[in-house]
Design a protein around this ligand. Structure first.
Ligand code: SF4
Ligand code: SF4
Length: 264
């Protein structure tokens, strides 16, 4: 069992804010994440059968696209998924070796690959399917918020952001300190009604999602609000729960915690 750092007021909480209204599902963030992390702190990120059927690999960021609503209210919602750097995640506490840990100085959840024994318990404990087993090395890997970029003084300051944020062509991804109410990301969350993913699970995700805006035609209609994946009763979220289940070819366990009461 590994302990989490004590939560103190004003603590730095680095994380992402992702705008589901402007994400176009182009996969640029996932691709640049793979590109950067394959050769950095977490690399290599192996692929299996990359050019044939059953292709799989280690990807820290995966983007799922699905249809929501019907008729005029129908739309495509693109949902990027990666580690949410939760405040109270069981992925850390279940780790028997201390390999999985949460940094007190900025809240980033990391894995010490030298201590990891590849037991996979953390993947079972993550309800968001955010852990990736490197079958070649036999260790667990995951999003680090590009820790080797954001503190890298050898690159220009403006580029000290996660690779996914830098590459997004629609600026749907934002990075900053969600523990500071005056930060740009915190203001964005307040303005747009940003929400954590499945807060009822008690993991207290730091990352936040900005819900899709009403389309103008739908806004004029005296009907219920545009569908949002934050609503646990919404079929969207139930669908998303299914999507968060990993392909067994990835060698990673399935996210099961989310299933209770939320399966379509
Ligand atoms: Fe752990 Fe999953 Fe939360 Fe990341 S998203 S901190 S892997 S529980
Ligand atoms: Fe800890 Fe590694 Fe096991 Fe995950 S796979 S619980 S990080 S030892």
């Amino acid at each position: 069992m590994t302990c989490l750092p004590e939560i103190t007021p004003g603590q730095k909480k680095l994380g992402l804010v992702i705008d589901l209204d402007t994400c176009v599902g182009c996969q640029a963030c996932a691709t640049n994440c793979k590109e950067w992390n394959a050769s950095g702190h977490s690399g290599p990120l192996p692929d299996s059968k990359p050019y044939s059927a059953g292709a799989e690999g280690v990807w820290f960021n995966r983007v799922h696209s699905y249809e929501a609503g019907e008729g005029e209210r129908g739309r495509t919602v693109n949902f990027p998924r990666s580690c949410l750097h939760c405040e109270t995640p069981d992925c850390v506490t279940v780790c028997p070796t201390g390999a999985s840990y949460k940094r007190i100085e900025d809240g980033i959840v990391l894995v010490d690959h030298d201590l990891c024994i590849g037991c996979g318990l953390c993947a079972w404990a993550c309800p968001y399917g955010a852990r990736e087993m490197d079958e070649d090395e036999g260790v667990m890997k995951k999003c680090t918020l590009c820790i080797d970029r954001i503190y890298n003084t050898n690159i220009p300051e403006a580029q000290r952001q996660p690779a996914c944020v830098l590459t997004c062509p629609t600026s749907a991804r934002h990075f900053g300190d969600l523990g500071d109410p005056e930060s740009e990301v915190s203001k964005l969350v307040a303005e747009r009604g940003g929400q954590p993913l499945m807060p009822e699970l008690g993991y207290n995700p730091v990352n936040s999602y900005l819900p899709p805006r009403n389309r103008s035609s739908a806004a004029a209609a005296p009907e219920e609000a545009a569908p949002t994946p934050m609503d646990i009763k919404n079929p969207l979220l139930r669908w998303m729960d299914k999507v968060l289940t990993r392909d067994p070819m990835a060698g990673a366990p399935q996210a099961r915690r989310a299933e209770s009461g939320s399966q379509a």
